[in-house]
Write a protein that binds this ligand. Sequence first.
Ligand SMILES: NC(=O)c1ccc[n+]([C@@H]2O[C@H](COP(=O)([O-])OP(=O)(O)OC[C@H]3O[C@@H](n4cnc5c(N)ncnc54)[C@H](O)[C@@H]3O)[C@@H](O)[C@H]2O)c1
Length: 441
Amino acid sequence: MNVTVIGTGYVGLVTGACLADAGNHVFCLDLDENKIARLNRGEIPIFEPGLEPIVKRNEEAGRLRFSTDIKASVAHGDIQLIAVGTPPGEDGSADLQHVVAAARNIGRYMEGYKVVVTKSTVPVGTADKVKHAIIEEQKERHLGNDFTVVSNPEFLKEGAAVEDFMRPDRIIVGAEDPRAIAMLRALYAPFQRNRERIIVMSVRSAELTKYAANAMLATRISFMNEIANLAETIGADIEEVRRGIGSDPRIGYQFLYPGAGFGGSCFPKDVKALQRTAQDAGKPLRVVNAVEEVNEAQKHVLGFKIRDRFKNELRGKCVALWGLAFKANTDDMREAPSLALIDDLVKAGAKVRAYDPAATHEAKKLFAQSPMVTIVPHAMDALEGADVLAIVTEWQEFRSPDFAAIKKALKTPAIFDGRNLYDPAALRAQGLEYYPIGRRQ
Ligand SMILES: NC(=O)c1ccc[n+]([C@@H]2O[C@H](COP(=O)([O-])OP(=O)(O)OC[C@H]3O[C@@H](n4cnc5c(N)ncnc54)[C@H](O)[C@@H]3O)[C@@H](O)[C@H]2O)c1
C-alpha cells in the first residue's frame, strides 16, 4: 500500500518505519527541514530503542522516504496518516492548528479517494474539523474528491514504541465507512497475525477512548502518590502496600508505582485537554481534576525533602541529579519531573549537576542559559563536589550503583530517590541516608 505519514516525530517516525517494514511504501512528511535533512543523512533525530535499523533497512529497500514536499506527500498515499503534535493551548485544550493545517494541505492537493486518519491525540469532534478543512479547500478549487476521515489514536509508549507498534494490544478504528475500515484492516493485518486486535467503533468514541485510557493510567499514578504520602506520614510502607493491592487481579501491578509525579509529552497534556473537553460540555470530571492537582504537588515532593534535610538552607549547596528524561529509555524531557525539581533547587539557591544516559543533548539545549545547572557526561561526574544525590528517572544503570563510591563522593551521604529504586535497610546499613517516596523511615 502507499501510505503517507504527516509529522515525523516520535509517533510518525515509528509508524512510518514499522509500516514500511511490513512492505508498504511510506512517505514521511515533515515541515521541519532540519529534521528531514538529518533523516536523509541517515541520522535518527530521537532516541528510541530498535528504531534505527528498521529505518535504515527500509530506506535502503526504497520503501521509506523523508521529505518536506507537501504536494508529493498528498499524491503518494491512499492513506494519509496525520501524526503531528497537539500541544496544550493556553486554556489547556489541545491546540489543533497543526492537525488542521495538515488537513488543509490534503484538501488542497488531493486527487482521487483518500482515507485521512488522525493518529494524533485529538479531542472529540476533531474528525469533523478535519473533514470541514478538507471540504473547504476542495470547494475553493471547485473539486469534489471523495474521502473519509478515520480516528485511529496511537497507544505506543516512548521507549518501547517499536515493540508496541509491531505487537499492539489493540488497534482502535473509529470509522463508519466500510471501504475505509477495510483499508485499515489491510494496513494493520501484518501486526495482528495470531488474533484480531482491531476494535471498530464510532469516530467520537475512538477519540474519547485515547483520552480515557491516558486519564485512567494517570489516575492510578496520582492515587498511588497520594497513598504513598499518607503511608510515609502514618508509618506504613508503600512498597508493601503496592504488592498487597497489586496481587488482586482486579487491580494488577501495572502503573502502581509511586514517584516524583508523571510527566512526558502525553499524560499532562491529555489530562488537561480532557478536563477542558469536560468543562466545555458542562460535565466537569472531578476525579481527573484531582489527578492533575495531585500530580502538580507531587513534582515538588523531592525538592521539599531536600530542603527539609538542610533546614531550608540550600544556598551554596550542590545537588547531583540522575535522570532528566521523563521516564527511562527515552530522551524526551517534555514536562519531566526533573524540570520541576531543578527549578525548585535553583530557586532555593542550589547548584545542580545532572546526568542522563539519553537526554544530554536535549538538556544542554534547555539549560544553555542556566549557570546554576551543569549537564555532565557520566553518572559519577554528577557527584563531583555535590552535597547529595537525587534520582528522578528509573534508568537501568541507576539500579545497582557503587554505593561505597557514592558515599565517598558526597559531602552529605544522602540519596533522595524519586523512583524507590533501592532497599532502605541495605542503604542505611552502608551508612547512607535514604529518602525514598512513601517508605517506612
Ligand atoms: N509521543 C508519544 O509517546 C505519543 C504516544 C501516543 C500518541 N501521541 C500523540 O501523537 C501526536 C504526535 O506526537 P509526537 O510525540 O510524535 O510529536 P512530535 O512533536 O515528536 O512530532 C510532531 C511532528 O509533526 C511535525 N509537523 C507539525 N505540523 C506539521 C504539518 N502541518 N505537516 C507536517 N509535519 C508537521 C513537527 O515538525 C514534528 O516533527 C500527538 O498528538 C501526541 O499526543 C504521542
